[in-house]
Design a protein around this ligand. Structure first.
Ligand SMILES: NC(=O)c1ccc[n+]([C@@H]2O[C@H](COP(=O)([O-])OP(=O)(O)OC[C@H]3O[C@@H](n4cnc5c(N)ncnc54)[C@H](OP(=O)(O)O)[C@@H]3O)[C@@H](O)[C@H]2O)c1
Length: 248
């Protein structure tokens, strides 16, 4: 058995989809994992299933749109563990309807999308940053999307240059903003051991896509897991997919 203390990882939106797989893989790698989500029953069920497989997983209720929920989670982690090494900001929503033009998406959906996909990440990260800063090897992974890429969106040869993928302007813009936040936070932390990176998981068969996608969930989770487990000489402030840099 290793004499090293286990790294402590928190994955948001981990009760299902890629978040659940990321939590499983980090636990299999030897981390203690805080499996978090907004629905207490779903979080308990998911954590129990992984614990039944012998993995070191604890449930944590965390709604990334709730200031009180974030504060309570941060206080619980501080009290229970006093540290955090890995934060995977995986929780997100995609609530726009395919088939509408960009100008036709209701403003309410823009606001709700940004509340979760951008402000939720920023507020959660800032609340947990003192714990992550005290880690000898802090890692922050922001789960973005290829739809964040303005280079991709403006390339007529890209799949994103289509009515289908131009009908998610709020989702796409929220992930572009998440990429920008990634660059800003990486700059702030550039002289610390903390690495901050954005990932494109790949088009993956989850509930977000009603089961459509090119990748199975384990492959979709792979980039986030790899960036959560970066060695000390790994990059920061990057945007990657399966080891390849993605154009911003
Ligand atoms: N699937 C793809 O093809 C694809 C492609 C590119 C990027 N991504 C990104 O990959 C990540 C994972 O996506 P996925 O496909 O696995 O999605 P998913 O199956 O829809 O799962 C999303 C997770 O986020 C949680 N969540 C939503 N709002 C939350 C909130 N306010 N607080 C806490 N948790 C919340 C959901 O919880 P509930 O169960 O309570 O709803 C669920 O656990 C997302 O960031 C997504 O944008 C996905």
């Amino acid at each position: 058995m290793s004499a090293q203390p286990r790294t402590l990882a928190l994955v948001t939106g981990a009760n299902r989809g890629m978040g659940l797989e990321i939590a499983r893989r980090l636990a299999e790698h030897g981390s203690r994992v805080l499996l978090s989500g907004r629905d207490p029953d779903a979080v308990t069920r998911a954590a129990t299933a992984l614990r039944d497989d012998g993995l070191d997983v604890e449930p944590l209720v965390l709604d990334v749109t709730g200031t009180d929920s974030i504060a309570a989670a941060a206080a619980e982690i501080t009290g229970r563990h006093g540290r955090l090494d890995i934060l995977v900001n995986n929780a997100a929503i995609r609530i726009e309807e395919y088939g509408r033009r960009p100008s036709e998406q209701p403003l309410d959906r823009w606001r709700r999308t940004f509340d979760t996909n951008l402000f939720g990440v920023v507020e959660t990260t800032v609340a947990l940053l003192p714990l992550i800063r005290s880690s000898p090897a802090g890692r922050i992974v922001n789960v973005s999307s290829l739809l964040a890429s303005l280079t991709t969106h403006t390339d007529p040869a890209s799949y994103a240059y289509s009515d289908t993928f131009k009908s998610l302007p709020a989702y796409s813009a929220s992930k572009s903003a998440l990429n920008s936040w990634t660059v800003h936070l990486a700059y702030e932390l550039r002289d610390t051991p903390v690495k901050v990176n954005a990932v494109h998981p790949g088009y993956t068969k989850t509930g977000m896509n009603d089961g459509a996608g090119d990748l199975e969930i384990p492959e979709g989770a792979a980039t986030s897991v790899a960036m959560a487990l970066l060695p000390d000489d790994g990059p920061t402030g990057t945007y990657v997919h399966l080891g390849n840099v993605v154009p911003w």
